[in-house]
Structure formats: structure tokens, C-alpha cells
Design a protein around this ligand. Structure first.
Ligand SMILES: [Zn+2]
Length: 130
């Protein structure tokens, strides 16, 4: 009985996790904790910390390796599905479909880079709030 009370007290001290809000903030490239500070100061330059709540965006070395998985995974899924639609849905020539797919697979990860990092940081904040 007393253990249950202790568990409840420790849960109250944890910040509430809100996945939809976290994903929305990540999509808007905002700080996952406060939603105010911008994550990037340039096209690919990430700020070291939130200008509003001071949450550090610089984590341990290799932290953003997980963002590569987000980026690679989404690129692979869309490229595969896209090729299938172009080739078998629209009956496009195989070489044309492949050329479009390869162009997509080169450009999309560059365009998605910031959002992949932002989503990864938001995911981390959701799992381990700081
Ligand atoms: Zn913040």
C-alpha cells in the first residue's frame, strides 16, 4: 500500500508527456520543451541551446545519429512506395521511374535534415524529459 503511494508521488514529479505537442513543435523546428525557441539559426546550423528556456540542443557526441535513422527510414519508405506507384500504378518506363526515385532519394534527405534532427530531439525529450 505504501509502495503505491511512493510510485504515485514520483510520477507527479515527472513532467507530463505530450506526444502530439512534441511532434508539432518538432515539425515547426521549435524547442521541444517550451515551443518558443528556434532550433536552427541558419539553413543547417543548429543553435547550441534554446534562447527561451536554455534547454541544451548540444547533447553527447553521436546523439544526432538517431536523426539519420529517421531521415534514412522515411526516405527509403517514400522512395520505395514512389517507385512502385510510378512503375506499376502509372505504368511509367522503368528507367524514368528509377531516375525520379534516385533524384528523390538524393534531394529529400537534404530537405528533411532539419526536421529529422528536430524530431529526434523531440523524441528524446519525450522519452527522457530534461
Ligand atoms: Zn525552449
Amino acid at each position: 500500500m505504501e509502495e503505491a503511494v511512493l510510485v504515485a508521488d514520483s510520477e507527479l514529479q515527472q513532467p507530463r508527456r505530450r506526444p502530439v505537442r512534441t511532434v508539432l513543435r518538432a515539425w515547426l523546428l521549435r524547442c521541444p520543451r517550451c515551443g518558443q525557441g528556434k532550433l536552427f539559426s541558419g539553413l543547417f546550423r543548429m543553435r547550441s541551446a534554446c534562447e527561451s528556456c536554455q534547454l541544451s540542443f548540444e547533447r553527447e557526441p553521436g546523439f544526432y545519429l538517431g536523426a539519420i535513422y529517421f531521415n534514412y527510414g522515411l526516405t527509403s519508405i517514400i522512395a520505395t512506395m514512389g517507385f512502385m506507384v510510378l512503375r506499376f500504378g502509372w505504368r511509367m518506363d522503368a528507367q524514368q521511374a528509377l531516375a525520379i526515385t534516385v533524384a528523390f532519394a538524393v534531394l529529400f534527405p537534404i530537405l528533411y535534415f532539419r526536421h529529422a534532427r528536430s524530431l529526434w530531439l523531440g523524441f528524446d525529450q519525450l522519452i527522457d524529459p530534461q
